[in-house]
Design a protein around this ligand. Structure first.
Ligand SMILES: [Zn+2]
Length: 710
C-alpha cells in the first residue's frame, strides 16, 4: 500500500561534463541518438545495451548545455516563447535516456548500471543546479515573471511562468555567488551520499535474507512458499532455503511462521539489516545526509531542511504537517493498544508465556483476525490470481469509470522477460497510452512498488504517455499460479492510480504534466484508485477462484469487508512513526551536531509519543529509502495527508452515485488530466465543492470511536 513513485527524470540544466575516461563515443549507433521510432516513442529495450547509457547521458547533458546557453545568451529581449517555452523544449535527449536509465537501473539493475548511476548521479545534480543557479538565465525568467500579468497568457502558460520562477528561487537563484558555490557543493555531496545509501541498502537487504538448511524452521509456510524459498536458495547458489527481505520492517512471512525463534531471526535480520557494522552499514551515511540537508535549508534561508522542502507543497510548512500528524497519534496508538491486548489474550490462552514482541504481531494478529473474522489470507489468495486481478479487476474498473479498453502488445521490446505491455485506448477507440507492468520480485530490483514514466505526455513536444508499474510480488514456483494477498491487490490498484494520473495527462508543457505535482498531492490519485479494489461490482468481476472460476463466496467477501478496519491501529501507528521520524530528521537545525541514528530515533519516537515496544516504525531510519534514497525527504507525511484527500474524494463519489462513467469522466477532466496546471488545493476544492475534511479518513480507518488514551 505504501509505495514509492519514481518521477520521470526532469533534469534540465547546464554544466560542462568532463570527457569520458573510456573514450566512449556517442553517435547514430547509440539507440538514444534519435527519438525512438517505436509506437509512442517507447524505449527500444531490445537495442539498448548497458554501455549505451553513459555516453547518452553525457551527450544529453552537453546538448542541454548548448540549448540552455543559447536561451541565456539570446540577444533578443526575454519573452515567454524565447525563454520559458524554449526551456520546456530543451534537454530532450537527456530526458529520453534518463527515463529508460532510471527505470532499468531501479527495476533490473546490475553492477555496470550501478556504477554508471554512482558516476552520473552527482553530475546530474550539478547539471540541475547549474541551470537554476545561472544568473543570466534567471534574469530572463524573472523578467518574464515580472511582466506576466500583461502578457495575456492562457492559465496553463501563466502557471508555467510562476512555476518556473518559483523553482529557480527555491533552488537558490537569489543567493550570492559565494552561497551558490556552497550550495552546489552541498548538492553534489548529497547526491553522492544518497546514491551510496541506495547501493548499500540494496546489498544489505540482499544479505539480510534469512537462510536456513533446516526445513522445520520454516514450519507454517505453505508448500508453495517453501519451494519458492528453495528456488531462491538455488538462485543464490546456497544450500537449503532463503527468505529474501522485503524493504519494510515487517516481513510477509511473519504472518505464517509458527516457530518463534525463526520469527525473531527474520525480524532481527530485517531490523538490523543496515546496522551490522559492515560495509553496508548506512548509519554514518544518513547522519551525514541529515546534517548536510540542515545546512542546505539554512543556506536557502529557512530554519531547517523541511521548511525549505515543504514550501511548495500543499501543506506549505512542517508545522502544518506535524499538526496534522500529531492529531492522529492519540487515536492511532489507542487503537494499537487495544489490538495489542487482543493479541496478548491469544498468546496467554495458548500459554505462550511471553509478552507480544514485534515479530509476534503479524502471526497472532492473523489468529485474532481468524477468530474475530475467520478470515485467512491463504483462504483468500486463490481468488486473487494476478492476471485475473489485472485484467478483470484493475482494467475492468478503469473501463467502467473511464471507458478504457486495454489490449496486450507482444511486439514491443521489454527490459526483462516477465514485463508485459498493454496499449490503452479511450472510449472512442483513439489510442491513449502504453502501460508496462513488471510485478515479480527479483534480487536486482529495488524493494517496494512504484510507477515511473518512460515517456512523458506533452502537447508541445507531441508526446503521448508511456508509463510503467513495478512491484515485488512473490514469484510463484514454476507451473504455479501467481496468487496475491489482499495487500498485493491494493498495491496493484494503488500503482495503477499513479499510472492513470500519468496516462490521462493532457497538458501543453512537460513540466506541468501528469504526476509532476506536489508530493502531498501525488499519492491522492493512487490511494483514491485503491477504493475500486473492493468496490462491489468490481470485486465480483475479478475475485474468482483460479481453479474453478467460482466467485468468492458471499460470506468470505463479507468477512473481508468486516475486517477492513482490522489492525488499522497498528498500520496507522507504524506509518505515523516513520513519518514523524522523517520530519524529526529534517527539522534539525544546521547548528545541531552529527546525530547518532539509534539514539536519535529512540528520542524522536518518545517525543512524538510513538515509542510503542510492539509497533516499530514501518521503516527504521537506517533503511528508510524513501527519505534517504529517493525524493520523499520531509515528505513521508504525504501518504497520510493524501489519505485524507482520497477518503474525502471517495466520500463525494459515494454520495454522488459511485462508479459511473459520468463520475469517472468528471474526475478525469477536472483532476487526473490536469497535472500541475493550477493550484492543487484550488483544483481539489473546485472538483469537490468543499475543503477536504479528516472525517472520512478516520471513519475509513475505524478510528472514529476510539478516544485519546491520555
Ligand atoms: Zn504511491
Amino acid at each position: 500500500m505504501h509505495t514509492l513513485i519514481i518521477a520521470a527524470a526532469v533534469v534540465i540544466g547546464v554544466v560542462a561534463s568532463p570527457a569520458l575516461a573510456s573514450g566512449a563515443e556517442f553517435g547514430p549507433s547509440n539507440p538514444f541518438f534519435a527519438p525512438s521510432s517505436l509506437p509512442f516513442q517507447a524505449p527500444p529495450f531490445d537495442k539498448i545495451k548497458d554501455e549505451d547509457y553513459q555516453p547518452a547521458i553525457e551527450a544529453g547533458m552537453a546538448e542541454d548545455l548548448k540549448e540552455i546557453n543559447a536561451i541565456a545568451n539570446n540577444p533578443a529581449p526575454p519573452t515567454f516563447e524565447n525563454t520559458i517555452v524554449a526551456m520546456e523544449k530543451s534537454g530532450q535527449l537527456l530526458q529520453r535516456v534518463l527515463a529508460a536509465f532510471f527505470s532499468v537501473s531501479a527495476a533490473n539493475t546490475n553492477p555496470e548500471l550501478q556504477k554508471v548511476r554512482s558516476i552520473e548521479a552527482p553530475k546530474l545534480a550539478a547539471h540541475a543546479d547549474a541551470i537554476h543557479l545561472d544568473s543570466k538565465l534567471f534574469q530572463r525568467v524573472a523578467a518574464v515573471y515580472k511582466e506576466r500579468a500583461s502578457l495575456k497568457l492562457d492559465p496553463e502558460s501563466l502557471r508555467l511562468v510562476e512555476y518556473t520562477y518559483d523553482q529557480f528561487v527555491h533552488a537558490g537563484a537569489n543567493l550570492s555567488d559565494a552561497d551558490k558555490t556552497e550550495l552546489k557543493k552541498l548538492n553534489e555531496e548529497l547526491a553522492t551520499l544518497s546514491n551510496t545509501f541506495t547501493t548499500k541498502l540494496l546489498a544489505a537487504t540482499k544479505d539480510g535474507a534469512y537462510v536456513t538448511t533446516d526445513k522445520a524452521a520454516l514450519a507454517g509456510l505453505s508448500d508453495g512458499k517453501i519451494s519458492g524459498a528453495a528456488e531462491a536458495a538455488k538462485g543464490r547458489k546456497v544450500d537449503g532455503f532463503v527468505l529474501p527481505l522485503q524493504n519494510t520492517t515487517q516481513q510477509p512471512d511473519l504472518f505464517s511462521l509458527s516457530n518463534r525463534t525463526t520469527r525473531e531471526a527474520v525480524f532481527t535480520n530485517s531490523w538490523n539489516r543496515a546496522e551490522r557494522g559492515d560495509a553496508n552499514d548506512t548509519r554514518d551515511t544518513i547522519a551525514r545526509i541529515a546534517q548536510l540537508r540542515a545546512q542546505k535549508g539554512k543556506l536557502l534561508g529557512h530554519p531547517n531542511f523541511a521548511a525549505w522542502k515543504i514550501e511548495d507543497q500543499m501543506a506549505k510548512t512542517p508545522e502544518a504537517a506535524l499538526k496534522f500528524m500529531n492529531a492522529l497519534v492519540p487515536a492511532s496508538t489507542a487503537k494499537a493498544a487495544t489490538e495489542a491486548q487482543d493479541i496478548q489474550t491469544v498468546i496467554d490462552e495458548q500459554k505462550g508465556g511471553f509478552k507480544v514482541q514485534p515479530w509476534d504481531w503479524d502471526f497472532y494478529a492473523e489468529q485474532v483476525r481468524k477468530a474475530k473474522y475467520d478470515l485467512d489470507e491463504e483462504q483468500v489468495k486463490p481468488y486473487f490470481e494476478l492476471d485475473n486481478v489485472l485484467q478483470n479487476g484493475m482494467f475492468y474498473a478503469a473501463n467502467q469509470l473511464y471507458g478504457l479498453p486495454f489490449k496486450e502488445r507482444k511486439d514491443l521490446p521489454v527490459y526483462a522477460p516477465t514485463v508485459r505491455v498493454f496499449e490503452v485506448f479511450n472510449a472512442d477507440g483513439s489510442s491513449l497510452a502504453l502501460f508496462y507492468c513488471d510485478y515479480f520480485k527479483r534480487d536486482n530490483k529495488q524493494g517496494g512498488a512504484w510507477m515511473n514514466s518512460l515517456v512523458g505526455q506533452s502537447k508541445l513536444l507531441g508526446t503521448k504517455p508511456v508509463v510503467a508499474n513495478v512491484a515485488n510480488f512473490s514469484q510463484p514456483a514454476p507451473g504455479e499460479p501467481a496468487l496475491l494477498t489482499a495487500d498485493d491487490v491494493r498495491t496493484m490498484f494503488h500503482e495503477f492510480g499513479h499510472a492513470l494520473h500519468g496516462m490521462f495527462a493532457n497538458t501543453e508543457y512537460p513540466s506541468l504534466s501528469g504526476t509532476a505535482t506536489a508530493r502531498d498531492f501525488v499519492e491522492f490519485p493512487s490511494q483514491f484508485n485503491e477504493h475500486w479494489a473492493t468496490y462491489p461490482t468490481v470485486f465480483q468481476h475479478y475475485a474468482k477462484h483460479y481453479k474453478t472460476g467460482a466467485p468468492m463466496p458471499e460470506e468470505l467477501l463479507a468477512k473481508i469487508k468486516k475486517s477492513a478496519t482490522f489492525n488499522k491501529g497498528y498500520d496507522t501507528t507504524e506509518l505515523l512513526a516513520a513519518a514523524e521520524l522523517d520530519m524529526m530528521w529534517h527539522t534539525l537545525p544546521a547548528s545541531a551536531p552529527v546525530q547518532k541514528p539509534d539514539a536519535f530515533e529512540t528520542e524522536a519516537l518518545e517525543k512524538t509519543r510513538l515509542s510503542l515496544s510492539y509497533v516499530p516504525p514501518r521503516y527504521r531510519s537506517s533503511y528508510f529509502s524513501h527519505i534517504w534514497g529517493s525524493g520523499y525527504a520531509a515528505g513521508y507525511y504525504a501518504y497520510l495527508w493524501t489519505k485524507m484527500l482520497d477518503d474525502d474524494a471517495y466520500q463525494w463519489l459515494e454520495d454522488n452515485g459511485g462508479l459511473t462513467r459520468a463520475n469517472g469522466d468528471r474526475f478525469r477532466t477536472m483532476v487526473l488530466s490536469r497535472g500541475n496546471t493550477e493550484d492543487l488545493e484550488k483544483m481539489y476544492v473546485t472538483w469537490r465543492g468543499a475543503q477536504p475534511s479528516i472525517g472520512p479518513m478516520l471513519k475509513d480507518l475505524g478510528l472514529v470511536s476510539v478516544g485519546a488514551s491520555k
